[in-house]
Design a protein around this ligand. Structure first.
Ligand SMILES: *[C@@H]1O[C@H](CO)[C@@H](O)[C@H](O)[C@H]1NC(C)=O
Ligand SMILES: *[C@@H]1O[C@H](CO)[C@@H](O)[C@H](O)[C@H]1NC(C)=O
Ligand SMILES: *[C@@H]1O[C@H](CO)[C@@H](O)[C@H](O)[C@H]1NC(C)=O
Ligand SMILES: *[C@@H]1O[C@H](CO)[C@@H](O)[C@H](O)[C@H]1NC(C)=O
Ligand SMILES: *[C@@H]1O[C@H](CO)[C@@H](O)[C@H](O)[C@H]1NC(C)=O
Ligand SMILES: *[C@@H]1O[C@H](CO)[C@@H](O)[C@H](O)[C@H]1NC(C)=O
Ligand SMILES: *[C@@H]1O[C@H](CO)[C@@H](O)[C@H](O)[C@H]1NC(C)=O
Ligand SMILES: *[C@@H]1O[C@H](CO)[C@@H](O)[C@H](O)[C@H]1NC(C)=O
Ligand SMILES: *[C@@H]1O[C@H](CO)[C@@H](O)[C@H](O)[C@H]1NC(C)=O
Ligand SMILES: *[C@@H]1O[C@H](CO)[C@@H](O)[C@H](O)[C@H]1NC(C)=O
Length: 438
């Protein structure tokens, strides 16, 4: 029975060890990232026969794919490993939609402004890193980011709450009456990054405007807390108080991009403000966690990915606003180690969990796309702080833009529709027909 004991001990040690990660060693970092990225890509639909390119298997949301590709792109920028560049590029181009605006017909009826922004920010990341340009007959990265920006400018709604973006794009979705920090924070960051990349003042003005509105309406507080959202039904009087990690991250990195582009003390102070608040609010002994759902173990399928984006945005902040690096680095390093240790579950022994501070890094039994995405972002964040500087149009970025991107004639598919779209009516009829027969 000795062999059995040995096997058991071997298995157990596999289970508790987690992924080995030495942050002083770039090979160790990249091999840890390979395990986590490969785990994430187990959920990638595009690699299955007949699966959709650029989508992850259900119940994954469409936006998560855009977020996942950004994780893979940043992994390449941080480590130089280009294994998934082709897969990333294919996914990015397959999901642009018929009008090249990240409103693909399959998902547009359930698409929120935040969902579209995740893809717009991915396109922006590609432009900023001089990622391989699409073939000339395809829309270019900068153009795609501008398409998202232009449409969101159009959707800025002064009818209620003195401005702001609604969460959802179409009025039939739950959430159309909600103006929240993820949609507005992502739009703010997109405007900031377009401003830095192009130098065009219009983008800076919009970033300023969205930020001012977020403060005025009470989504961003004086102490740099970022609250979730407000309802248009009461003209944004009451507030939904929940604080999510990534909402803070959107405003933090947006401020850092603006600081980097302008050197302004206003944006410097705001950057520090968001960093200090996030450090206080979202870390337990230097390890990131999601206070809104993690302690109660009620995070849903995509909420498990949110804290990864805070890590991503803190890495951008440390890079672009170097005065924050000393503060940020210990948080990201401790978090990356804890995330790797907690990737110790599943039959393969390297499946990532959700609670990284918990029980000294033992796997908490949870698994999924969100857990893999978060761990990938957390580990990438450390080398990403030292990745090559992000380009602008003026210093090496070669992506070309189009000021009119996204503003095609047929407004109905991207503007809030005022009637039930034909395909929805057809679906409704098809759905109810069998019941009528019975
Ligand atoms: C990594 O380097 C730091 C400082 O250079 C050192 O304090 C730390 O012990 C090193 N860690 C490992 C695992 O080698
Ligand atoms: C690059 O990443 C791939 C997939 O994650 C991995 O198989 C490969 O070993 C990595 N290459 C290097 C040089 O680390
Ligand atoms: C839309 O769905 C169809 C059918 O599932 C699929 O073939 C197509 O690739 C999808 N398009 C996108 C952009 O995901
Ligand atoms: C809604 O609130 C804004 C301030 O946020 C105010 O300017 C506006 O007058 C209010 N509108 C209504 C209809 O009460
Ligand atoms: C934002 O508010 C500041 C004052 O806090 C003001 O100087 C600036 O003009 C405002 N920006 C926009 C675009 O409204
Ligand atoms: C930035 O913060 C410093 C220190 O708190 C303060 O002295 C300064 O007035 C602030 N600057 C601006 C432009 O808000
Ligand atoms: C936590 O894990 C570390 C390294 O894996 C180990 O050195 C330490 O003793 C553990 N602490 C507890 C309380 O189990
Ligand atoms: C802007 O970011 C780059 C890194 O991308 C950094 O080297 C530079 O110092 C930053 N600029 C300012 C004003 O901090
Ligand atoms: C950016 O990419 C273009 C096209 O591939 C290339 O010509 C250019 O040299 C690259 N710029 C930098 C700074 O590497
Ligand atoms: C600046 O950006 C705005 C918004 O996209 C656009 O309307 C304007 O034409 C741009 N200006 C220049 C000089 O490109």
């Amino acid at each position: 029975m000795l062999w059995f004991k040995t096997l058991l001990i071997l298995l157990l040690s596999l289970l508790v060890q987690g992924i080995e990660l030495n942050l002083n060693n770039s090979e160790s970092i990249d091999s840890a990232l390979s395990l986590v990225a490969d785990g994430m890509l187990n959920y990638y639909a595009g690699k299955n026969y007949g699966g959709t390119i650029g989508m992850f298997v259900p119940p994954a949301y469409w936006w998560e794919a855009g977020a996942a590709f950004n994780g893979l792109l940043n992994r390449y920028l941080a480590t130089g490993n280009d294994t998934y560049n082709m897969l990333t590029m294919q996914g990015m181009l397959h999901q642009i939609g018929d009008n090249s605006d990240y409103m693909p017909a399959n998902y547009s009826t359930s698409e929120g402004n935040d969902d579209q922004a995740f893809w717009g920010l991915l396109a922006m990341s590609a432009a900023e890193s001089n990622f391989t340009n699409p073939p000339p007959d395809e829309p270019q990265w900068l153009e795609l980011a501008q398409a998202v920006f232009n449409q969101q400018v159009y959707r800025w709604d002064t009818g209620t709450c003195n401005g702001g973006l609604r969460w959802q794009i179409t009025q039939f979705n739950h959430g159309y009456t909600y103006k929240n920090s993820v949609s507005n924070g992502a739009f703010f960051q997109l405007a900031a990054r377009l401003g830095r990349y192009t130098g065009n003042q219009t983008f800076f003005e919009w970033a300023d405007k969205v930020y001012n509105w977020s403060v005025a309406v009470g989504l961003v507080l004086d102490d740099y807390s970022v609250l979730d959202g407000k309802s248009t039904k009461d003209n944004c009087s009451a507030i939904e108080l929940t604080q999510w990690t990534y909402n803070s991250g959107f405003y933090m990195a947006g401020s850092a991009f603006l600081y980097n582009a302008t050197g302004s003390e206003v944006w410097k102070n705001r950057t520090s403000g968001f960093v200090d608040k996030a450090a206080e609010m979202f870390f337990y002994e230097y390890i990131v966690y999601e206070p809104a759902c993690e302690v109660s173990a009620t995070c849903n399928y995509d909420q498990t990915s949110f804290k990864g984006f805070l890590c991503r945005f803190m890495a951008y902040t440390a890079m672009l606003a170097p005065f924050t690096r000393e503060t940020i680095e210990p948080y990201l390093k401790t978090t990356a180690r804890a995330a790797a240790t907690a990737c110790s579950g599943g039959y393969d022994g390297v499946t990532c969990g959700n609670q990284w501070w918990w029980n000294n890094g033992t796997w908490d039994g949870l698994y999924g796309l969100g857990e893999q995405m978060s761990a990938l972002e957390a580990i990438v964040a450390v080398p990403f702080m030292d990745a090559a500087p992000l380009y602008t149009h003026a210093n090496g970025g070669s992506s070309t833009g189009d000021n009119m991107a996204g503003l095609y004639d047929d407004e109905t598919s991207w503007a809030p529709p005022s009637y039930l779209p034909l395909n929805s009516i057809l679906l409704l009829v098809l759905f109810w027909m069998p019941m009528l027969v019975i």
